[in-house]
Ligand binder design. Structure first.
Ligand SMILES: NC(=O)c1ccc[n+]([C@@H]2O[C@H](COP(=O)([O-])OP(=O)(O)OC[C@H]3O[C@@H](n4cnc5c(N)ncnc54)[C@H](OP(=O)(O)O)[C@@H]3O)[C@@H](O)[C@H]2O)c1
Length: 242
């Protein structure tokens, strides 16, 4: 899409998840598209303009559906930038004996189910003739075909499941919302809380700042058209094997 037409975009955009990448994505999108109202959705709002949203809470998702139904701005873009690799009850497994049932469920809840449930929550606000982007951060390690190093069972499998769910969504929306484009994106290894414990394995030149990652992601996303809906793309626009 030419830069001039992005500048004229108007309506509402939601960036969901105000982590290392999400927060910068919101500010860069607002700079690129000055007529777009960019709203950051996070579990604990910091500014009055933020919307409260917890993707693992069904009441919070219903609140989003209701809020959008009262919104006069057409919905132009929703970008899921949430995700979890580690936490108090979640550690990427090095081998099979580290796999824990609760950790598998936690990872699937946020990394696989949440992006699809977010799409379900915003769908009532879509219109058949309305150009719309739905993007979600996946990860190259969710590629089944590209898995050569093993480990990280829960995170890999949850991202692979997200890929299948959003690919399936792209097929449904192509029929019902032909102007919608669904895109799965790998940001490249980026210096955020999520990657912090694993950065010693990454050469310095391959570790992106959130600013650089967000810039690449928007470059790639805003080039996508409905005819390309359902793609799984890296930060440089290259297709990643499923
Ligand atoms: N960083 C990398 O190297 C890298 C590489 C490949 C893919 N990715 C993917 O990129 C995405 C963003 O990662 P990041 O690096 O920006 O990580 P991050 O800084 O840890 O951000 C993740 C964000 O997700 C939010 N979140 C978690 N659960 C949520 C929920 N239930 N509802 C709403 N928000 C929730 C967190 O919010 P709280 O602050 O409230 O916890 C946090 O702000 C993830 O999907 C990740 O898998 C990252």
């Amino acid at each position: 899409m030419p830069e001039s037409s992005q500048k004229s975009w108007s309506g509402r955009a939601l960036i969901v998840g105000a982590g290392g990448i999400g927060e910068v994505l919101a500010s860069q999108l607002a700079d690129r598209c000055p007529h777009l109202t960019v709203t950051l959705c996070r579990r604990k709002p910091k500014d009055a303009s933020d919307w409260p949203l917890d993707l693992e809470n069904s009441e919070s998702l219903s609140w989003l559906t209701q809020t959008l139904s009262n919104d006069h701005s057409p919905l132009r873009l929703v970008f899921n930038a949430t995700g979890r690799l580690h936490g108090p009850s979640l550690q990427p497994e090095k081998r099979l004996q580290h796999v824990q049932p609760d950790a598998l469920i936690e990872s699937f809840k946020i990394n696989a189910a949440a992006p699809l449930l977010l799409a379900k929550a915003i769908e009532p606000s879509l219109r058949r003739d309305q150009p719309f982007h739905y993007a979600s951060l996946s990860a190259r390690v969710g590629s089944i075909g590209d898995n050569r190093s093993g480990g990280w069972y829960a995170y890999r499998a949850a991202k692979a499941a997200q890929n299948m769910m959003l690919r399936t969504l792209s097929v449904e929306w192509a029929r019902r919302f032909p102007e919608a484009t669904v895109t799965l994106l790998h940001p490249g290894t980026t210096d955020t809380a999520l990657s912090k414990p694993f950065q010693s394995f990454v050469p310095a030149e391959k570790l992106f700042s959130p600013k650089r990652a967000a810039g690449h992601l928007l470059d790639v996303l805003l080039q996508q058209t409905p005819a390309q809906s359902g793609a799984f793309l890296a930060w440089d626009g290259q297709s990643i094997p499923w």
